[in-house]
Write a protein that binds this ligand. Structure first.
Ligand code: PLP
Length: 439
């Protein structure tokens, strides 16, 4: 880090999220500005963004259209309460999102993050069953390796042990993950084997009783665990089984939403429609915190009961539908639509896949997967030190001018949807040099 910054910045007070704080503060990695595909460090070194920030800056950094909309909105209406009051932008945004959504998911509840979207979706599932007199349906089914944020609901249905083991959890059970490198190694797009893993839902129904199960939640493509596209036929089977047993299906599209898989939402890419869909991240291009839960109209309508003066759903956030976030989201949707970004990943998928799979013979690589503009490279772990090699890769990558994401010994890539073919080449050529440097 730059010497002036090191002397003036006190790093002690910020308890950083999902960070090895002491390791970081001993050797900080800083980003100071960003434009388009590139960050800059405080020293002025360009760093290509290989992960859209944290899977959220889908239209690239520093979009003036979004900045201007936010600035205007701050002066027009900086805040308005969303409880028993409304403002026009919230309704405009909800209607616009409903038009973009998969068939039928045209009721929208606003949150401020993916974690809040997930907890909101789980509560909506319970509220729906209650409203229909099936209040005993209160357990959830998640999936191993799933990531659904850090609320108590999200960690309960999530499947990453480090996020779960410290905390009390909601009643839940889990499907097996679909990472099967022995049979699906180096697959491009949806892997061939594993659809039958959806049938495990039958086993869980037999174990718990369908009448106790509220919802199944999965990421259509698991992201944080290292880009696991669904096996061919898997989501279709899960959909059919949920319908058969009266269990709601929730797709967590916090990463896959807003163009990442080549369609506005992964539900559309795979032709499988959930009952509820959670989103966040790309909704504002990462510029302001916001999330949205899309709900099937029939579910929504089932909850709208009792005398009209009753609050139908006791849930919401001070910043649900925040006017400035709404302005950012509307400007973001304009950019996405004007530049065709919600489908651009489909056009680039095969070029990106070729470049990514070109690393198959690079040192330490044990598997590579991709779908849309998401890709992952598994590295062989160092003996007794899981995660150390990928961490070294991240540090070296930054030195060489690319930002990558790591989880365990998996490297994930999810570049902004504006990336050019030449930039894809640059990203993967740099990553090849990084892998060659590692022991
Ligand atoms: C699928 C999924 N759900 C939920 C979340 C949580 O989102 P947030 O960090 O905005 O709370 C994430 C974050 O990466 C995610 O990938």
């Amino acid at each position: 880090m730059n010497a002036i910054l090191r002397n003036t910045l006190d790093l002690d007070a910020w308890w950083m999220p999902f960070t090895a704080n002491r390791q970081f503060k001993a050797a900080p990695r800083m980003l100071a500005s960003a434009s388009g595909m590139f960050y800059r460090t405080p020293e002025g070194q360009p760093v290509m963004d290989g992960v859209s920030g944290l899977w959220c800056v889908n239209a690239g950094h520093g979009r003036p259209e979004i900045a201007e909309a936010v600035g205007r909105q701050l002066l027009e209406l900086d805040y308005a309460p969303g409880f028993q009051m409304g403002h026009p932008l919230g309704f405009t945004l909800a209607s616009r999102l409903a038009r973009l959504a998969p068939e039928g998911l045209d009721r929208v509840f606003f949150t401020n993050s993916g974690s809040e979207s997930v907890d909101t979706a789980l509560k909506i599932a319970i509220a729906y069953h209650r409203a229909r007199g099936e209040g005993q349906r209160s357990k959830f089914i998640g999936r191993e390796k799933g990531y659904h944020g850090v609320g108590f609901g999200g960690i309960s249905v999530g499947g990453l042990v480090n996020n779960r083991r410290l905390f009390p959890l909601l009643p839940s059970d889990h499907l097996s993950h679909t990472h099967l490198p022995a049979v699906n190694g180096f697959s491009r797009g949806q892997p061939e084997h594993g659809a039958d893993l959806a049938d495990e839902l039958e086993r869980l129904v037999a174990l718990h009783g369908a009448e106790t199960l509220a919802a199944v939640i999965v990421e259509p493509v698991a992201g944080s665990a290292g880009v696991l596209p669904p096996p061919v036929g898997y989501l279709e089977r899960l959909r059919a089984l949920c319908t058969r047993h009266g269990i709601l299906l929730i797709f967590d599209e916090v990463i896959t939403g807003f163009g990442r898989t080549g369609a506005p939402f992964a539900a559309q890419r795979f032709g499988v429609t959930p009952d509820i869909m959670t989103t966040a991240k790309g909704i504002t291009n990462g510029a302001l915190p916001m999330g949205a839960v899309f709900v099937n109209r029939a579910l929504h309508d089932a909850v709208m009961k009792g005398p009209p003066e009753t609050i139908e759903f006791f849930h919401g956030y001070t910043y649900s539908g925040h006017p400035v976030a709404c302005a950012a989201a509307l400007a973001t949707l304009d950019v996405y639509e004007r530049e065709g970004l919600l489908t651009r990943a489909a056009a680039l998928e095969s070029y990106f896949a070729d470049a990514l799979h070109g690393l198959r013979d690079a040192p330490h690589v044990t598997d590579i997967r991709n779908l849309g503009l998401m890709g992952a490279i598994d590295l062989r772990s160092r003996a007794g030190a899981v995660g150390a090699r990928a961490y070294a890769a991240m540090v070296e990558a930054l030195k060489q001018g690319i930002l990558i994401r790591i989880t365990g010994d998996t490297i994930a890539l999810s570049p902004p949807l504006i990336i050019s073919e030449a930039e894809i080449d640059q990203l993967l050529a740099t990553l090849r040099r990084v892998l060659a440097e590692l022991d």
